[in-house]
Design a binder for this molecule. Structure first.
Ligand code: HEC
Length: 431
């Protein structure tokens, strides 16, 4: 009863805020910034400045008003009206309005709460225990101080004497400030293939010499995920997980933020294993470029062309999706994935209206997402190879195609599914 009463009071007071009370930093703005901005805007990340204190925010108030008003920040690219996700980072209209009003009032400070600092609930600490395995890129990458972005692909071979159950994975870098995003795939490799010399780190735009070998190593995807600033370690819900293959490689692609001075960076993945066997093994399926399914027409975009491509696949066994990872490169414009059933209903999975290579995410469903047997999964990608596309890496535009590789200037259309074989009642399980 008391709880209900205080909740009511809270609702009442927040509706009166805009009419009567001044919006102040400590009362209204700090909670938003701590939750929605500080996970990235803090020391040691690729974000250009910290937003931990009143002073940090106040001196950038106008800029904060602008980037939140346009929804440039916090970065969240999926169309929330199409589908909202468990890991959504968007601000509500009300929060944006509050920030706007605070900026218009010249960023009043308000009274600091007695309890001292505003608590940040959204910065996850690393797991307390030591990692069971750390797989590291064999040598540091040198970022020249030339203010250019860098894209690298590194291969980390590994061997285990058994197949450990993976409970959690954390992406680690000794210089996180340089990392704009990182993606990684874990692949099982046939035991007959010697991988001891595949300790490779190359420019992702210059893969041709390694292409054949890379294709050979990446036939059997076991798991795929990534890291963007603000990402927390990947942990599976109880009983879910996957087995690390005995013999395999991690293929890690890094996007480095520009730097004005020369720096080095070395990435690793920390694994936490569980002693109890995973009850249900999550599977990963890569659809499109470098995976299964056919892109029609084949992915080739002529200069000055805006073109749409599709992949359609029938689902032969019912699935329960944990998350989806849409992927295109620089001239990708719009990405949509949905499925349809014989009853002709269409179920949205994910849509990104304004694709941005810089802000890729694993979109995690709120509950396990069932795709029934016989459904047709459709992936649609629109590419803009005109000079009007500010992300076009070629000026003037040049022909762009997919050769199944991951070079940034080639294109890809792919959707990675992380899923379980469907079990009765899955659609009620929270993720
Ligand atoms: C997922 C991580 C992340 C989150 C969350 C995030 N930012 Fe950022 N922000 C960045 C990075 C990285 C940059 C620099 C690169 C860029 O601008 O793309 C940036 C840039 C900015 C800039 C500079 C933009 C410019 O034009 O130079 C502002 C201002 C900003 N963020 C404010 C915010 C505010 C306010 C929030 C919360 C409401 C927020 N950010 C949430 C990562 C984040």
């Amino acid at each position: 009863m008391i709880k209900i009463f205080s909740a009511l009071l809270l609702m009442l007071s927040s509706t009166f805020v805009s009419a009567q009370k001044k919006i102040t930093y400590f009362e209204h703005i700090a909670p938003i910034i701590q939750e929605r901005c500080a996970p990235c805007h803090r020391p040691g990340t690729a974000a250009p400045f910290s937003l931990l204190t009143y002073e940090d925010a106040a001196k950038r108030a106008k800029m904060i008003g602008r980037v939140t008003g346009t929804r440039y920040m916090p970065p969240w690219k999926a169309d929330h009206l199409y589908r909202s996700f468990a890991n959504e980072k968007r601000l509500t209209e009300d929060e944006i309005e509050r920030i706007k009003q605070w900026v218009a009032d010249e960023a009043p400070r308000g009274k600091e709460p007695k309890s001292g600092k505003v608590r940040n609930t959204n910065i996850a600490a690393s797991p307390a225990k030591a990692a069971d395995a750390i797989l590291q890129v064999h040598r540091p990458f040198i970022v020249a101080g030339d203010l250019k972005e860098n894209f690298t692909l590194s291969v980390i071979p590994f061997d285990f004497d058994h197949e450990p159950n993976v409970e959690s994975i954390e992406y680690i870098s000794d210089n996180l400030k340089l990392i704009h995003h990182a993606n990684f795939g874990i692949y099982a490799v046939d035991p007959s293939i010697d991988i001891s010399r595949d300790t490779v780190s190359i420019n992702a735009n210059n893969l041709s010499t390694y292409a054949t070998r890379l294709t050979q190593l990446t036939q059997n995807l076991v798991y795929y995920n990534g890291w963007v600033p603000g990402s927390t370690p990947i942990t599976f819900s109880k009983g879910l997980g996957f087995k690390m293959p005995k013999h395999g490689v991690i293929v890690l692609t890094n996007h480095y933020a520009p730097s004005s001075v020369q720096k080095t960076e070395r990435s690793s993945l920390q694994f936490y294993f569980s002693k109890t066997a995973v009850e249900r093994t999550v599977n990963t399926l890569s659809i499109g470029s470098g995976g299964v399914g056919e892109i029609t027409p084949s992915l080739m975009i002529f200069p000055n062309e805006v073109k749409t491509f599709h992949i359609r696949m029938e689902i032969v066994e019912p699935l329960s999706l944990l998350y989806v990872w849409p992927h295109m490169h620089l001239i990708g414009k719009k990405f949509t994935a949905y499925y349809s059933t014989a009853a002709h209903d269409t179920v949205p999975l994910v849509r990104i209206n304004d694709w941005d290579f810089n802000w890729q995410e694993a979109y995690k469903f709120k509950k396990l997402m069932k795709i029934p047997k016989g459904a047709v999964l459709t992936i649609e990608g629109i590419y803009d190879n005109t000079a009007q596309n500010p992300h076009n890496p070629n000026s003037p535009p040049m022909i762009v195609f997919s050769d199944g590789l991951m070079g940034t200037k080639n294109e890809m259309l792919s959707l990675i599914l992380v899923y379980l074989p469907y079990k009765e009642g899955d659609e009620n399980i929270d993720l």
